[in-house]
Design a protein. Structure first.
Ligand SMILES: Cc1cc2nc3c(=O)[nH]c(=O)nc-3n(C[C@H](O)[C@H](O)[C@H](O)COP(=O)(O)OP(=O)(O)OC[C@H]3O[C@@H](n4cnc5c(N)ncnc54)[C@H](O)[C@@H]3O)c2cc1C
Lengths: 740, 294
């Protein structure tokens, strides 16, 4: 923290450039665009969780006044057989309640809806596979008849799409050395990302085959390639313009509507707008996997872990691709364990295809491990933070997933927790406290940035990362710091796929790190050009010029008497010194530093209703360097609330046929503001050596620890553990009654 | 596009005439008070054509009259307005708290207790509180007004005793004696913006010796309609409404409940929790009665 004082811009908390537009309702989100002569597209969704489509008859819908097109998967290139293509419109089977199978475009949304009612579909209803236990049974009903585990042609068809296993040391020996062993099973339900803005897009195609898509997305370039793939187009035929985005949390990294809207536009020759309603969002878009995690951990009396095993099964939904991989890689990541074995299974069920959700895979497996560590602390009568300190990964530890950790901040977070007044103050009798650790890998990937200098010295950044958490402000701050000019003179813009260089999606907590790196490098490019212009003006060698505090100055020792030239000075004369100043950078960022956190929840429980109230919550997290501390805290608080919601009340309610009964915010219970205490935040800064300012991604780690922290708090208060989430009133009351 | 008609009459006679005419012509009508149920339902579930008859412009539905024997509360008064009335709040804290549970501040700018009753959901929060306060529903008809006790108003899930050409004017409630207290509690898994999993209201009158002379207990969200539970009241009458008596009343409520298992709760859970709520609401009502007297 001390070092931060040397910065002028970084570490300050200016207002965000997009704030005024948003709070005054002027910002344009996915559903805000309307084009002349535009049609409205709607999707017909399966009323069954699992059924064979015997016949789809679109003729009555097509014949309706005001209907311009009605399509099914038959209207898409049949040679494309990806999961994505089968998810956006079902082929021979519908695989979950809400699976899209046809779409129409009509003059008004109402006509489109009426047209859906006229589409005739004949189904052969099949038994749905709804739980991991059912799906993994031998002789289970198959979601996909020709799927074999790990594509192994010699094995029989199965719902287990993939399995993986990795180990280190010798777990048998490790458990033999243990003085205490904890062995438990934990279930975590599916949770939806719950972004406020439903999926929405407008697509328009011209007769030459060129397509433009406006949409709400975390990754316009990924929308481009996904849409091109499904429609067998080249990416250069497609331009994607991202709107402002009302939350994504991983759920807007995939496409549902865009290829359908494009196809409808191609067939009608008109722009087509498609907007999901909330029910569609819940029924058809990606939740996080429901999981079953079996954990065994052994330790010496002094708390040193000697061995650990994890068996992890993740629901993938109707198509392969759960985040069981990262679940396996993260389960033991915070700990230095010599003997471990991890097994993971990616399992198909008749539910929507899961999508990324903040730290995809980690909250579930780490919930299990952090509960097990808590049990260990109970058995050993150790403070839960001391136990974790005893085993904490640090710089040089070989991470369970392979690499040697560079500098990481877990120990620093644990130390900060021990000294935090909220931790030092012990909870009263009626309050339970639970501690847990969070982790996420973070990623780098590709980013580009351009920095344009206007004739008055104003700075304009063009980059390709949709801004979900205030990243434009962070880009401006890093540019201000690098160039040495005031934050207020800088603007950042998120370009479309044709106005900015390639950029991977906003995800993996990569934007401030990787796109930030590109912005810093583009600013350095501008500085190099400014130094050259100053050298030219002063008739010096460029090596004789320095850039200090936003000005070109002769290097110390260069004997010349000139006034420094500011960015604005140089900009003013740029037409005479070589033309516009434009800095550029494009890169594939390496070394995204892992991010660790420590959280604790203080809860009370109404023992007659089973209601758990969160009274206090503290989050400590290593940000590497907090570029804009308020937005780092925003990520910590937002992630905490989502994690607490997952721990407490969020779950899908299915009937025995796999029909979702709570596809609304009324009955899918995310926390409301008054449910939550103030989320107290403390930012720890252990700089990431791979970023000029030390940035680590901070967006995903915050959702990880609240699940186990809350479970552990309930355990602390009740004196016994409830292994499964959610800790909803009926579940908690049933557990209390059973324990009596 | 528009799939509805809209009228906002300014007198009771005009309203009845509009309703009668439309009904005679076979046109569907729907009364619109705050619209916080109507508009949501119209947009989400059933948007078949209808004529909305807005009753917010009527004097009677906006009236509050507090007299020696009787209190009248207009059917269309938003919860937010009711809760700004200190006198009403002192007389019926439980009823006003029930109204204050509806939705959020924004919703309460519109949501009325008349609408809450006429929507006739098993989980309507103000209905048990109206019942324990012995509210009479005052209904405008072509033959003048008729009254129905609140406990008889709702006849099934989403159904009530109103005819298509009638509407609710308001509530006539006996002014509670100074030794009376009421209370309403509901259970939701969150703190707001949710629908009751179970609810319970109580109104108790205690005599000089602290003995309960009059009691009414009503429960919500645990049967097709809110229920008046006379067995729970009987368990309290003649006692000091102590823990023991309240526990008996709680048991009576659990026994009287006919809950279902749905996405909001199970039979076992609702049966248990409605008893807990009865006990807690009974204790609050008792303490209010005692403190009112002092
Ligand atoms: C976000 C949200 C949260 C909510 N939370 C709650 C809650 O916590 N608890 C709860 O109980 N409810 C809740 N509701 C439901 C609703 O707000 C209440 O039922 C409210 O009291 C309805 O009043 P209103 O004036 O808006 O009724 P309206 O919507 O105008 O009418 C409701 C029904 O009653 C009929 N009606 C209304 N007035 C009359 C009359 N005078 N004569 C005859 N018929 C009439 C209408 O035709 C309609 O069928 C919530 C609604 C929303 C949108």
């Amino acid at each position: 923290m001390a070092e931060a004082a040397n910065f002028k811009a970084i570490g300050t908390r200016p207002i965000r450039p997009d704030g005024v537009e948003k709070v005054t309702g002027r910002a344009n989100f996915g559903a805000d665009l309307n084009l002349p002569d535009m049609l409205h597209g709607k999707v017909l969704r399966s009323p069954h969780a699992h059924a064979r489509i015997k016949r789809i008859d679109l003729t009555k819908a097509q014949a309706m006044d005001g209907v311009y097109a009605a399509i099914s998967s038959a209207d898409f290139p049949q040679e494309v057989t990806s999961s994505l293509s089968k998810n956006i419109l079902a082929r021979d089977k519908v695989l979950y309640h809400g699976h899209a199978l046809a779409a129409v475009a009509a003059r008004t949304p109402r006509i489109a809806e009426e047209a859906l009612d006229r589409i005739e579909v004949e189904y052969e209803v099949l038994l749905p596979v709804l739980t991991l236990d059912d799906a993994m049974q031998e002789n289970a009903t198959l979601v996909c008849e020709d799927l074999r585990t790990n594509d192994d042609e010699s094995s029989p068809p199965s719902n287990i799409a993939a399995s993986q296993r990795f180990e280190r040391g010798n777990v048998t020996k490790g458990f033999a050395e243990a003085d205490v062993i904890v062995q438990e099973e934990f279930r975590v339900p599916s949770a939806h990302q719950g972004y406020i803005e439903p999926h929405a897009c407008v697509a328009t195609s011209n007769p030459g085959g060129r397509v433009t898509i406006w949409c709400t997305t975390q990754g316009p370039f990924e929308v481009r390639s996904a849409t091109a793939g499904v429609l067998k187009k080249t990416v250069s035929d497609i331009k994607v313009i991202p709107s402002e985005i009302g939350g994504g949390f991983g759920g807007k990294t995939v496409v549902y509507l865009e290829p359908v809207a494009v196809r409808l536009s191609e067939l009608t020759g008109k722009p087509v707008k498609m907007v999901m309603n909330r029910e569609e969002v819940f029924r058809a878009t990606g939740p996080a996997s429901a999981t079953l995690c079996k954990i065994k951990v052994g330790a010496k009396k002094d708390g040193r872990v000697t061995a650990a095993t994890a068996w992890l099964a993740y629901e993938a939904g109707a198509f392969p691709g759960s985040p069981v991989g990262p679940g396996c890689m993260s389960v033991f990541a915070p700990y230095d364990i010599n003997n471990f074995l991890v097994e993971g299974y990616d399992v198909l069920v008749n539910k929507p295809k899961v999508a990324a959700y903040r730290a995809p895979g980690a909250p579930q497996s780490m919930h299990a491990m952090e509960c097990a560590i808590d049990e260990l602390a109970q058995k050993l009568d150790m403070d839960p933070i001391d136990l974790r300190l005893k085993n904490a990964a640090k710089e040089g530890t070989i991470a369970p997933y392979g690499p040697k950790f560079p500098p990481i901040g877990l120990v620093e977070c644990l130390e900060a927790a021990k000294q935090h007044p909220n931790y030092v103050r012990k909870p009263s009798e009626e309050v339970g406290r639970g501690v847990a650790v969070g982790f996420w890998f973070n990623i780098g990937m590709q980013s580009s940035a351009e920095v344009n200098i206007a004739e008055d010295g104003a700075v304009s950044i063009m980059e390709g990362s949709p801004d979900i958490g205030g990243s434009r402000a962070s880009m401006c701050l890093m540019a201000a710091e690098t160039l040495g000019v005031p934050y207020e003179t800088i603007n950042a813009h998120v370009g479309d796929t044709e106005s900015t260089g390639f950029c991977n999606l906003t995800g993996g907590s990569r934007t401030t790190f990787a796109t930030g790196l590109a912005v810093v490098k583009a600013c350095e490019d501008v500085i190099a050009q400014c130094k050259a212009r100053a050298a030219m003006t002063w008739e010096l060698d460029v090596e004789q010029v320095d850039w200090k505090d936003g000005q070109a100055v002769p290097k110390p020792g260069v004997n010349i008497d000139v006034e420094p030239l500011s960015l604005a000075d140089i900009a003013k004369t740029m037409s005479r010194t070589g033309g516009p100043l434009l800095g550029r950078a494009s890169l594939n960022a390496q070394g995204a530093g892992a991010c660790f956190s420590v959280n604790w929840t203080d809860v009370t429980i109404d023992r007659e209703t089973g209601k758990v109230d969160v009274k206090a919550f503290t989050a400590i997290q290593d940000a590497g360097r907090a570029i804009h501390p308020a937005y780092v805290e925003g990520q910590m608080q937002g992630g905490a609330v989502q994690g607490l919601g997952w721990a407490l009340n969020e779950e899908y309610i299915y009937d025995e046929n796999g029909i979702v009964e709570n596809a609304s915010f009324l009955d899918y219970r995310v926390p409301v503001a008054s449910d939550m205490p103030m989320i107290d935040c403390e930012i720890v800064e252990v700089p990431n050596p791979s970023h000029p300012y030390g940035v680590r991604g901070v967006g995903e780690t915050p959702i990880v620890a609240p699940l186990a922290a809350t479970s552990n708090a309930v355990r602390d208060l009740l004196g016994f553990r409830i292994n499964d989430l959610p800790l909803s009133p009926p579940n908690v009351l049933a557990a209390i009654d059973a324990a009596d | 596009m528009s799939n509805f008609g809209y009228v906002a009459p300014t007198t009771v006679e005009e309203t009845l005439a509009v309703l009668q005419r439309a009904t005679d012509q076979g046109q569907r009508t729907q009364i619109l008070a705050g619209g916080t149920d109507v508009i949501v339902q119209f947009r989400s579930f059933d948007n078949s054509h209808r004529l909305f008859v807005d009753i917010k412009a009527l004097k009677e539905t906006n009236d509050i009259r507090i007299e020696n024997e009787l209190v009248f509360i207009g059917a269309a008064i938003p919860s937010g307005v009711l809760n700004e009335n200190a006198e009403l709040k002192a007389l019926f804290p439980g009823l006003l708290e029930a109204a204050d549970l509806i939705g959020s501040t924004q919703i309460q700018g519109r949501a009325s207790i008349g609408g809450n009753l006429c929507n006739s959901s098993p989980a309507g929060d103000t209905i048990p509180a109206l019942i324990v306060n012995s509210a009479l529903c005052v209904i405008a008809t072509n033959e003048g007004t008729r009254t129905v006790p609140a406990e008889n108003f709702v006849t099934g899930v989403g159904r009530n005793c109103l005819e298509a050409y009638e509407f609710l004017l308001g509530f006539q409630i006996p002014r509670p004696s100074t030794d009376t207290g009421d209370a309403y509690l509901r259970f939701i898994p969150r703190t707001e913006m949710d629908i009751a999993v179970a609810g319970a209201a109580a109104s108790l009158t205690l005599n000089h010796d602290g003995i309960c002379e009059r009691a009414r207990v009503s429960i919500g969200a645990v049967a097709p309609t809110p229920l008046l539970v006379s067995s729970a009241a009987e368990a309290l009458i003649g006692t000091t409404a102590d823990e023991n008596a309240l526990q008996q009343a709680a048991q009576a409520c659990s026994d009287a409940a006919q809950p279902i298992t749905d996405k909001r709760g199970t039979v076992e859970y609702r049966r248990k929790v409605v008893g807990v709520l009865c006990r807690r609401a009974g204790a609050i009502a008792r303490d209010r009665a005692l403190s009112n007297r002092n």
